[in-house]
Ligand binder design. Structure first.
Ligand code: FMN
Length: 145
């Protein structure tokens, strides 16, 4: 099983979260082939990936109107037909329905979204670990034997 991550980040939190997720996956035996910003995607890794993990940050008025940041750019990501995907967002106070909205965007690319988690920016490392543990608990075959 090969995984790769794609993230959108303005001030670095979502990038850090993506790196923590990649590290945790590798520690648990999942091969991570790339951690790419949306502006510089590793297309080779994407084309070979079985699992694509896509993250962005929460953009809104902090407790209302939350939406996935750079949604227009995310909608233009390459098609991911027949791939499994998982989504995450980082946030400060309240992510609202960002995860559901991001799921809809990624499903629009053709991927099958198998899970997702909102990660508070004050707790990126622990949130990333919890996300990976949940993901692997629901899909144990992601870990190569
Ligand atoms: C313009 C702007 C709007 C934001 N709106 C929200 C919001 O509505 N709710 C929230 O919980 N966090 C909000 N945040 C906080 C970010 O989602 C949070 O800091 C995130 O981790 C930033 O990710 P990044 O460092 O990868 O850019 C906002 C931040 C910015 C800059």
């Amino acid at each position: 099983m090969k995984a790769m991550l794609i993230y959108e980040s303005m001030t670095g939190n979502t990038k850090k979260a993506a790196e923590h997720i990649a590290e945790a996956l590798q520690k648990r035996g999942v091969s991570v082939t790339a951690v790419s910003p949306t502006t510089n995607i590793n297309y080779q890794a994407l084309s070979n990936a079985d699992l694509v993990i896509i993250g962005t940050w929460t953009d809104g008025l902090f407790v209302v109107g939350q939406r996935p940041a750079k949604a227009a750019r995310l909608r233009l990501l390459p098609a991911m037909k027949s791939k499994q995907a998982a989504v995450f967002c980082t946030y400060a106070l309240d992510p609202g329905r960002v995860l559901q909205k991001l799921t809809t965007i990624v499903e629009g690319l053709g991927a099958d979204v198998i899970g997702g988690m909102s990660i508070r920016r004050s707790d990126l490392a622990a949130g990333a670990l919890e996300f990976v543990d949940r993901l692997l608990a629901s899909t144990p075959k992601l870990v190569s034997t």
